[in-house]
Design a protein around this ligand. Structure first.
Ligand SMILES: *[C@@H]1O[C@H](CO)[C@@H](O)[C@H](O)[C@H]1NC(C)=O
Ligand SMILES: *[C@@H]1O[C@H](CO)[C@@H](O)[C@H](O)[C@H]1NC(C)=O
Ligand SMILES: *[C@@H]1O[C@H](CO)[C@@H](O)[C@H](O)[C@H]1NC(C)=O
Ligand SMILES: *[C@@H]1O[C@H](CO)[C@@H](O)[C@H](O)[C@H]1NC(C)=O
Ligand SMILES: *[C@@H]1O[C@H](CO)[C@@H](O)[C@H](O)[C@H]1NC(C)=O
Ligand SMILES: *[C@@H]1O[C@H](CO)[C@@H](O)[C@H](O)[C@H]1NC(C)=O
Ligand SMILES: *[C@@H]1O[C@H](CO)[C@@H](O)[C@H](O)[C@H]1NC(C)=O
Ligand SMILES: *[C@@H]1O[C@H](CO)[C@@H](O)[C@H](O)[C@H]1NC(C)=O
Length: 901
């Protein structure tokens, strides 16, 4: 309030001094309000600034209403204006005031005695401010007062006796203050009282029995005091229209009176956290209006009645938790069709959860934890689709986790901890899209953590502690962006900790202790701040010294530990080996050193890259399913990312074949020496007694098979010719690039991989040799094409075998027909040969021919020449077949024709 206001005030005073001192008109009210304004030290929203101008009639000021008869201020409403200040003594001059509402501001200090002069006041709401001092005794003078709310202030001292003179009071609310002393017997004089709330003070003594003859009362709220004594039966006699009784959090003792059903209008009964004993009177189940019953936290005992419980057809909340109740859960619960919260936790209930509970189609929360419930978890819980919280921890449930729970799309909390539940975690848990807390700890769950868990993007708390889970930590967990707390300790989880978990920015607790984890502990992101205790008792974790684990073997910083690492390596039987790939090579001759000198040169120029077993596991997330590219009879191929960022493919061979793996490393070494633009590069190999892998260049565009046969892709004629030239070049190199031919033996679309520029690379060359046998798939393929394996003069498969397969591939490429589509005597080769050259149009992939007229003729001509070349490759007698050099030359010629058109 600035100078302007002071000036204005003094002017006004002068004005008034000149008039009669005892005036009782609106000017008095204006002055009182200006005094009020002068006391306001904070008015952040400027509610009073502009509007409260002396130029306007006070009756038009914001928050001010005048009576139509006297033109005096009769109502003030400044609720929720964030005003801060005191009420001035002059306020008592507003003698026409009927209603004053200052709710939710920051008025403070004592209420001035002068307010006792507001004799017309009927409505006084001062709640949610910071008024202090004793509750004024002058309220007793306000004989018109009907509504008095002093809640949420800082009043102290006793409830004044005089208050009982305000006998018109209908609402009295002094909750959330610091009142002390007893509730006076005289309160019974407030016989118009409808709502009495003195919750959350520090009142002591017993509830005066006089209260029970306030026949108008509907709400009694004494929660949160220190009231003691019994609940008297008189409670039940005198209060016919009582609807809500809140007596929670006091020290009331004794039984719940039998006569409680006389309160037949009761709809909310809350006596939780007292010291009530005895059984719950069955009469209570006659109060048909009741919607909420809460007796949590007493010492009630005995059974629940079997049938009567079902009578409470209006019941919404039933909370009897934290007592000593026994027996089974009554099946009549199923009749409580509107029930939303059902809480019997922390009692001694036995038996099992019957399917009747599934009739409760509005149930939101079910709390049955800390009982002795046994057997199965009802399958049908999954069709109470309204469920938001399930708390069944600390019972003796021994079933599986029903997959149907995955239907609960609104479920927020699932707590089944400390039971004896068994079986796998169903993948359907990944459907619980709303869940924020899942506690399945202390059970017997086994098998792997389902990958689908990664779908739980709102999950913040996950505990799977103390189970029998195995397998790897799914990489998909890195999608669980809300995770803060994860406890996987005390399981049999193996593999690595996925580096991708470093993405989980809210993660604060990640306990994986007491498992079988190995390799590197991630150190980025949230792992920066995690306790080393989270990682203890594992198989072989390594990483930052912060975690008190040995450094990881590949870390160049720790070369000095080479010896230690060597031992470690031996222990783990992990060898870092170099590898090559492929085909049928004349190994013996090669090993005798008969290879040509230029080949020896090419060997020595090959850069030898070392990749540790750890690094491989890390790069592929412990060969996790999400990294799987494909699998076949030989094993599986995984995608991986090396620390350097290089994307790799890791081919892991089936271990069942180990008898034929004897020469794996030697042969890999040779294969690895083969380097060509159109061969998939073998980066290295890695093998030990139970683990044989090839590390390959990753081909982002996948296999030719996909491009050829999936409707989502299309290769035009030029692309197809280019790809076939690439394949031919790769084969040519294998056959003729070194002094000794390498036979691929499995030329087919799925073994032709495409890099980001759509350049084709042959893969799996020499695998047949590596495995010491020809994969059944390839034999089948050859057979389909009317060819059995051909052996050359040396008794080994000849390169002509590859030429034949290449010819078939060429036919596939331009007809888009799979060789195995043909039956009986007809093969792809025969089908095409019957149509050439005139009817090429009948066999060519129709998608290829988009043009008409001359161009079409030209395209058909090109396709026909390709097919003739293909058939030449597929000649019955190997000697008649072209060699790859000729094939490359022919196709290049065709390509030139094509580009010219
Ligand atoms: C209020 O009373 C004073 C003195 O009695 C008089 O001067 C003034 O005009 C009155 N105002 C109204 C609005 O009646
Ligand atoms: C005061 O105003 C608030 C908000 O406009 C309103 O909710 C409240 O009922 C009013 N108080 C009275 C007593 O009319
Ligand atoms: C208003 O109240 C104050 C304090 O109670 C008193 O001193 C003053 O005389 C009153 N003013 C008028 C105009 O009635
Ligand atoms: C309320 O007033 C008391 C003093 O009466 C003061 O100690 C307290 O900080 C105030 N509370 C708020 C929220 O302003
Ligand atoms: C309350 O009423 C009683 C009796 O009617 C009277 O003696 C007492 O003074 C009154 N107290 C107040 C504060 O009004
Ligand atoms: C009164 O205070 C209590 C406790 O601080 C709080 O929970 C409640 O919301 C407050 N009531 C109002 C109306 O602000
Ligand atoms: C209230 O109850 C008491 C005792 O039960 C009785 O003496 C008194 O007359 C009753 N008062 C009213 C107003 O009913
Ligand atoms: C509820 O679940 C049970 C068991 O899963 C099933 O048999 C029943 O059909 C379901 N009922 C409804 C209404 O969906």
């Amino acid at each position: 309030m600035g100078k302007a206001f002071t000036f204005f005030l003094s002017t006004l005073c002068l004005l008034m001094a000149s008039s009669v001192m005892t005036q009782t008109n609106i000017t008095i009210d204006q002055l009182a309000l200006l005094y009020l304004k002068s006391q306001i030290i904070s008015n952040p929203f400027h509610f009073l600034d502009e509007s409260w101008s002396p130029a306007t009639s006070v009756c038009h000021w914001v928050g001010v209403t005048c009576g139509s008869r006297h033109q005096r201020v009769n109502s003030l409403n400044f609720s929720n204006m964030a005003l801060s200040g005191r009420i001035p003594r002059e306020f008592g001059n507003l003698s026409f005031l009927v209603s004053l509402d200052l709710r939710s501001n920051n008025f403070h200090g004592n209420l001035p005695q002068e307010m006792a002069r507001l004799r017309r006041l009927k409505f006084l709401r001062l709640s949610v401010n910071n008024f202090s001092g004793k509750v004024p005794s002058w309220f007793g003078f306000l004989h018109q007062l009907q509504f008095l709310n002093l809640g949420n202030n800082s009043f102290t001292g006793p409830i004044p006796l005089s208050l009982s003179n305000a006998s018109r009071l209908e609402t009295l609310d002094i909750s959330y203050n610091s009142l002390q002393g007893n509730i006076l017997e005289e309160i019974g004089n407030l016989y118009n009282l409808n709502r009495l709330s003195i919750q959350y003070n520090q009142l002591t003594g017993s509830i005066p029995f006089t209260i029970f003859n306030i026949s108008m009362i509907e709400v009694i709220a004494f929660t949160g005091n220190n009231l003691s004594g019994n609940l008297l039966n008189s409670l039940c006699n005198g209060l016919p229209i009582l609807k809500r009784l809140f007596l929670s959090t006091n020290k009331l003792h004794g039984n719940i009176p039998e006569g409680i059903d006389n309160l037949h209008n009761m709809n909310w009964l809350s006596i939780q956290y007292n010291q009530l004993i005895g059984s719950i009177p069955f009469t209570i189940f006659n109060i048909s209006m009741i919607e909420v019953i809460s007796f949590t936290g007493n010492s009630l005992s005995g059974n629940l009645p079997k049938d009567e419980v079902g009578n409470l057809s209006s019941l919404l909340f039933l909370d009897l938790s934290g007592n000593n109740l026994v027996g089974s859960i009554p099946t009549s619960i199923g009749n409580l069709r509107d029930l939303q919260r059902f809480n019997l936790s922390s009692n001694k209930f036995t038996g099992f959860i019957e399917n009747h509970i599934c009739k409760l189609q509005h149930l939101g929360d079910i709390y049955l934890g800390q009982n002795q419930l046994s057997r199965s978890l009802s399958n049908c819980l999954g069709n109470i689709t309204s469920l938001r919280e399930i708390h069944l921890g600390s019972n003796k449930l021994s079933s599986n986790l029903p997959p149907t729970l995955g239907n609960l799309q609104y479920l927020v909390v699932l707590d089944l901890s400390s039971n004896n539940m068994v079986g796998s975690l169903p993948q359907e848990i990944g459907n619980l899209k709303a869940v924020t807390k899942m506690d399945l700890s202390m059970n017997q769950f086994s098998n792997e953590i389902p990958r689908e868990i990664g779908g739980l993007q709102t999950l913040a708390y996950l505990s799977l502690r103390h189970n029998k889970l195995q397998g790897a930590i799914p990489d998909s967990m890195s999608n669980m962006v809300s995770l803060e707390f994860v406890d996987l300790s005390h399981n049999n989880i193996s593999g690595i900790i996925p580096m991708s978990l470093e993405k989980l920015q809210y993660l604060k607790y990640f306990n994986v202790s007491d498992n079988q984890l190995y390799c590197e502990i991630p150190s980025g992101g949230p792992f920066n701040n995690l306790s080393r205790q989270f990682f203890i008792y594992n198989k072989e974790l390594c990483g930052s010294s912060r975690f008190s684990v040995p450094p990881c073997p590949t870390s160049s910083k720790h070369r000095s530990n080479r010896k230690k690492l060597l031992v470690l390596f031996l222990l783990l039987a992990i060898a870092v080996v170099f590898v090559p790939l492929t085909f049928v090579l004349l190994w013996i001759r090669y090993n005798r050193g008969k290879s040509a000198p230029q080949q020896a040169d090419s060997f020595s120029t090959v850069a030898r890259e070392r990749i540790s077993y750890y690094e491989l596991l890390r790069a592929t997330n412990a060969l996790s399913e999400s990294n799987l590219i494909c699998s076949g009879s030989f094993g599986s191929v995984y995608k991986g990312v090396l620390r350097s960022g290089t994307v790799i493919a890791v081919k892991v061979f089936n271990l069942q074949l180990d008898a034929v793996f004897k020469s794996f490393d030697t042969e890999c070494e040779v294969l690895r020496s083969l380097r060509h633009r159109n061969l998939v590069k073998i980066i290295t190999s890695c093998s030990n007694l139970d683990f044989k892998v090839l590390v390959l260049d990753y081909m982002p565009n996948g296999s030719l098979e996909k491009y050829l046969y999936s409707h989502n892709y299309f290769l035009d004629i030029k692309q197809r010719v280019s790809i076939m030239i690439d394949v031919a070049c790769g084969l040519e190199y294998l056959h003729h690039g070194c002094s000794l031919p390498v036979i691929h033996c499995d030329v087919k679309p799925s073994n032709v991989l495409l890099d980001e520029d759509m350049v084709a690379h042959l893969s799996d060359f020499g695998i047949s040799k590596l495995l010491g046998y020809i994969a059944p798939e390839s034999i089948l393929f050859l057979y389909m094409n009317g060819l059995t394996l051909e052996y050359g003069l040396d008794g080994i498969v000849s390169t002509k075998c590859d030429v034949y397969s290449y010819g078939i591939l060429l036919l596939e490429m331009f007809t888009r027909r799979k060789p195995n589509e043909f039956e009986g005597d007809l093969s792809l080769k025969k089908w095409v040969s019957y149509s050439l050259p005139e009817a090429v149009m009948d066999v060519v992939d129709a998608n290829l021919l988009t043009t008409t007229g001359n161009c079409l003729q030209k395209e058909l001509y090109v396709v026909a020449s390709i097919m003739i070349a293909a058939l030449d490759c597929c000649a019955e007698f190997p000697a008649r077949r072209n060699n790859m050099k000729d094939v490359v030359a022919m196709l290049q010629k065709i390509k030139i024709q094509l580009l010219a058109s």
